[in-house]
Every structure is written in structure tokens, then in C-alpha cells.
Design a protein around this ligand. Structure first.
Ligand SMILES: [Zn+2]
Length: 149
């Protein structure tokens, strides 16, 4: 991947193009830059250009003068957006060309804590016939005793 840069002469032409009443202005927002720093930006980031485009020599129409602080750098600047777009382009290329190998193994999760044993229910007091179990048992016990005697 090659990156074409503007020649010294082209940079001068872009600077001259940016001037309003003899003052260098940001070509992004129009701010009069005066002493403020500026940079020459590739309107379409070179990393996003197809190789075929890059075979041709670069022209000043592909560049713009941007104030460093107002338009080029910074949280909402062009550079940050370009970097984002370039990264996205690479991800899309990788996916389309099978270059990204997705992890097949599941990521092990930490062992789950053991569930506490279910609470023991109190002993049944009434049987399915609605009789109180303690009285039935007593009868059964007394009955067996009688039978034994
Ligand atoms: Zn600007």
C-alpha cells in the first residue's frame, strides 16, 4: 500500500488556494487561521483509495488545507474519522476474504456455585384421605400391638 504525498509545489498551490484576502483560511470551516497551525489533508484518505487510483499522480484537487485544531485533529476531527473508516474498511476486507479466523472454542465460564440442597419439608401431618397422620399411626401401632398380644 503506497501513500502519495503532495509535492512542495502542490502544497504551495493549496495554501494559495486557501487564502481569503491574503489570509490563510481553513478549507473545512472557513476559519481565518492566521498564526494557527494547519495541515494539508487528503480529502479521501490514501488508505481508503483503491490501488488503481493511486497509480495516477496526486493532484491538488485531492487535498485541502485544514486547521489543525478546528478541523483536522481533535476528538471530532477529520483524522479521527479517517482512522475509524480505515479500520472499518480493513475489517470488512478481512471478513469478505476469509482472513479473520473466529475462535471456535467457547470461552470457558467460571464454575457456577453449587445450589444449596432444597429445604427439607416438615413431615406430612395429613394423609391423602385427610386423616391426621399422627392419629392413624397411633391406631396402627396400637393395632399391631393388640395383634401381637
Ligand atoms: Zn476548520
Amino acid at each position: 500500500m503506497s501513500r502519495r504525498n503532495f509535492t512542495r509545489n502542490q502544497r504551495e498551490q493549496i495554501i494559495e488556494r486557501s487564502k481569503r484576502n491574503g489570509l490563510i483560511c481553513c478549507e473545512g470551516c472557513g476559519l481565518v487561521l492566521g498564526e494557527k497551525r494547519y495541515e494539508i489533508d487528503h480529502i479521501i484518505a490514501e488508505a481508503l483509495r483503491p490501488e488503481a487510483d493511486k497509480q495516477k499522480p496526486i493532484t491538488i484537487a485531492e487535498g485541502q488545507l485544514l486547521g489543525k485544531d478546528c478541523c483536522h485533529r481533535g476528538p471530532d476531527g477529520k483524522t479521527r474519522k479517517d482512522v475509524k473508516a480505515i479500520a472499518k474498511g480493513k475489517r470488512q476486507y478481512d471478513r469478505a476474504n476469509g482472513m479473520k479466523i473466529r475462535a471456535k472454542a467457547k470461552i470457558p465460564s467460571p464454575p457456577k456455585p453449587r445450589k444449596p440442597a432444597p429445604k427439607q419439608l416438615p413431615p406430612r401431618v395429613v394423609d391423602v384421605f385427610g386423616r391426621r397422620l399422627d392419629s392413624v399411626e397411633r391406631k396402627a401401632i396400637t393395632g399391631s400391638r393388640r395383634g401381637a398380644v
